[in-house]
Write a protein of this length. Structure first.
Length: 519
């Protein structure tokens, strides 16, 4: 099926290929003013809740919002999610399966140059994707591109052949790690800052800041409105909020939700919200006792009050979860899956099935894991106590949380931005052996269904497979997923943005630096 020129997939086509992105039409809360036309100028200052001293230019290492937002500011990608949630062209101006969903042809835009002046070619695209496919690759993108058997250039067209039909494949190329870098002799330099994106790097101090200036040769004439951009890593919630209130920065992500009402009343401040696939979890290492026993995992899933967390941690900016990562914006949500609710007696029942009268575990938390994670852990602990479960909440340092705690400690707080398709989310975080499978979970039936659903073109059969997979994850998986969180951002009233911003990830799909402007 050919794409709608110049490459944007319509809703009907997206349904046919089994995936819909997440987008939302929104305005600042309380605002009814018409939006001004974009104009150029000024230096945008953004304070983010993430960032680490181990951050690097290497696309195989990006694991949180600072590095991913920094990446989209300097790099280009084959496709992107538009504000209305559709799949839109970028470096690839159009695409189509030929003759079926096991072979895809992507026409590459002509005239794109890297910051270094090198002209982008199909060879650069191939080398950039190949970097994540290598046998020694530890890239989080490896599981979603390992289905590629070959790539070839036919003029300015990239031809990708897959092991099996994949109806979602154009969405795969949205992955933040799959940026396009310049190549030489078929290889990219992963330590290079050179890109073809909207801004050129001037300086980068990992865990502290990144400074960029507008790319004078940017190929999207309606983007990159700021003269310069400065990104700051400020994990402390209060410090990040104060930086906005005092005018030191113009935009912050993850403002403390317990102060949103106060911030709404502050002069010159706007609050933006967008509902997408973002969810918070408590990940258990299923290889380690006691979490290796699914009865223990089920006890912990029944011992949490999900609605309490939505009310007290999210302050209503979200909805309850059901221990699996597929949300309302996904096409194949199993909405009829029995909803778990707090039940101390059921938690006790599963403890007894595990041969236990009580249980003591440590839960590692930090606001770097997700905003309010420490308080969420405390609420969890209080309710679990009635089931004989003693959860010791360990407050870990914000700095280094993702390197020293996540996937290192056996029970910890995690945020997930979600993914626009079921296959992508499951392949990234639940497939056996996936680099970001943070529960180290391995379920044979799930893994077989994952492969089968990816190539199944019969919509009814595919839906049934994804529904069964969600049930397996909810009842056997190692993640307690208590809530889906809306994206909440706060900005100066000097900031303007399109009426429709992407809700698949924070900060307009990590593209606020490219799409927003000063009024």
């Amino acid at each position: 099926m050919p794409t709608k020129a110049p490459g944007q997939i319509t809703r009907r086509a997206a349904l046919a290929f089994g995936a819909i992105g997440a987008g939302i039409l929104l305005a600042p809360l309380g605002s009814t003013k018409a939006r001004a036309e974009p104009k150029r100028g000024g230096t945008l200052r953004v304070a983010m809740a993430h960032g680490s001293t181990t951050d690097s230019y290497d696309p195989a290492t990006w694991d949180q919002a600072f590095s991913q937002t920094f990446a989209t500011a300097r790099h280009g990608y084959l496709t992107e999610i538009a504000g209305d949630g559709s799949l839109a062209p970028s470096i690839a101006e159009s695409w189509q399966p030929a003759p079926n969903a096991a072979t895809w042809r992507f026409k590459i835009q002509s005239g794109i140059t890297f910051h270094s002046g090198k002209t982008l070619t199909v060879d650069d695209v191939i080398a950039s994707i190949d970097y994540h496919r290598g046998a020694d690759s530890k890239s989080p993108a490896k599981p979603i591109v390992e289905g590629i058997t070959s790539m070839a250039a036919e003029g300015n067209t990239l031809v990708i052949t897959l092991k099996a039909e994949n109806a979602d494949f154009p969405f795969v190329l949205l992955d933040d790690h799959l940026c396009i870098l310049p190549s030489a002799a078929g290889k990219i330099d992963p330590t290079s800052a050179d890109g073809c994106g909207p801004y050129v790097v001037q300086s980068f101090e990992p865990g502290v800041s990144a400074k960029m200036t507008r790319n004078p040769n940017y190929w999207k004439s309606d983007r990159a409105h700021f003269d310069a951009v400065e990104m700051l890593s400020i994990p402390d919630n209060t410090a990040r909020q104060n930086a906005l209130l005092t005018g030191e920065v113009d935009v912050i992500d993850q403002p403390p939700l317990n102060t949103i009402e106060m911030m709404k009343r502050a002069p010159g401040i706007k609050i933006l919200t967008a509902s997408g696939p973002q969810h918070y979890s408590f990940a258990m290492d299923t290889r380690a006792a006691p979490f290796s026993d699914n009865n223990v995992r089920l006890a912990l899933k029944w011992a949490i009050d999900r609605q309490e967390l939505v009310d007290k941690i999210l302050y209503g900016y979200g909805e309850i979860g059901n221990d699996q990562p597929i949300g309302r914006s996904n096409r194949y949500l199993a909405a009829d899956l029995p909803q778990k609710a707090y039940d101390a007696d059921k938690a006790k029942f599963y403890l007894k099935k595990a041969g236990l009268n009580d249980l003591k575990v440590q839960l590692s938390t930090s606001d770097a894991g997700f905003a309010g994670a420490v308080d969420a852990g405390v609420l969890y602990s209080e309710k679990a106590a009635a089931a004989g479960i003693n959860i010791e909440v360990v407050r870990e340092p914000n700095d280094g949380y993702w390197e020293q705690v996540w996937m290192k400690k056996p029970f910890c707080a995690v945020y997930w931005g979600g993914r626009p398709t079921e296959d992508w989310m499951f392949s990234t975080a639940y497939a056996a052996g996936a680099p970001w499978n943070d529960t180290f979970w391995n379920n044979d039936r799930f893994n077989k269904l994952l492969l089968a659903a990816r190539s199944e073109l019969d919509d009814a059969k595919r839906r049934g497979m994804y529904h069964e997979m969600q049930a397996i994850v909810a009842d056997d998986g190692g993640a307690v997923v208590p809530m889906f969180a809306s994206y909440v951002m706060a900005t100066s009233d000097r900031i303007a943005h399109p009426d429709a911003i992407s809700a698949n990830k924070p900060l307009d799909g990590f593209r606020a630096l490219e799409r927003w402007w000063f009024v």
